[in-house]
Design a protein around this ligand. Structure first.
Ligand SMILES: NC(=O)c1ccc[n+]([C@@H]2O[C@H](COP(=O)([O-])OP(=O)(O)OC[C@H]3O[C@@H](n4cnc5c(N)ncnc54)[C@H](OP(=O)(O)O)[C@@H]3O)[C@@H](O)[C@H]2O)c1
Length: 165
């Protein structure tokens, strides 16, 4: 099994940003390039296993972006898209492709203290693992469950509420 969980999140004011491109590129490399590269590298190995699976960790922000994390949100939208194509293709060779879609979870993502508003990790993990074990392929929790199932009008509303300043 391959679990693509590693990810970073940077808060960026696009018009004011002074970071060099190599710094900014890290978010693309870690969040999108690495999971795609790893999936392609490991597919030959996984296809020889008894019950192979790839799990990609995306985000509720894959569906409606948080403007304060513009590159991060774009990477998660890209990884969600890639996951759909990967699932479609690898079904032919018996590799399951699963997607975990977290909401804000109380971890150190983005730096210590920034996600204290998120749901507790244990509650989130217990729910996700139970649903994956039951055979679901794409699993959210709370607000990210709403986001992944939302209509375009609901996502536009969510974008407005999330990015209200
Ligand atoms: N927390 C949330 O609110 C939230 C919401 C939606 C999606 N997610 C996603 O959930 C996943 C896990 O994040 P988290 O919330 O658990 O954040 P976290 O506590 O900051 O953990 C991030 C993990 O990514 C690893 N990582 C970062 N850069 C890496 C690199 N260059 N090479 C290898 N590993 C690297 C870190 O490893 P080290 O500890 O060794 O640095 C750490 O284990 C991420 O994909 C994130 O985007 C989180």
């Amino acid at each position: 099994m391959l679990v693509n969980n590693a990810g970073i999140q940077n808060r960026i004011e696009l018009a004011e940003d002074t970071a060099d491109w190599n710094t900014r590129r890290q978010e693309l490399v870690i969040n999108v390039e690495a999971p795609i590269h790893l999936a392609m590298l490991l597919t030959p190995h996984l296809r020889q296993q008894a019950r192979p699976a790839i799990i990609n960790v995306t985000s509720g922000l894959s569906f409606a972006p948080a403007a304060f994390a513009p590159i991060y949100s774009a990477t998660k939208a890209a990884l969600h898209s890639f996951t759909l194509s990967l699932r479609h293709q690898l079904a032919l060779i018996g590799i399951a492709v699963l997607e975990i879609v977290p909401p804000a979870v109380d971890t150190d993502l983005g730096g210590p203290g920034l996600h204290t508003f998120g749901v507790p990790v244990d509650d989130f993990a217990d729910s996700v693992m139970a649903r994956l074990a039951a055979g679901e392929q794409e699993v959210g929790y709370g607000t990210s469950e709403q986001a992944r199932l939302a209509s375009r009008a609901e996502l536009d509303e969510r974008f407005k509420q999330m990015n209200n300043r």
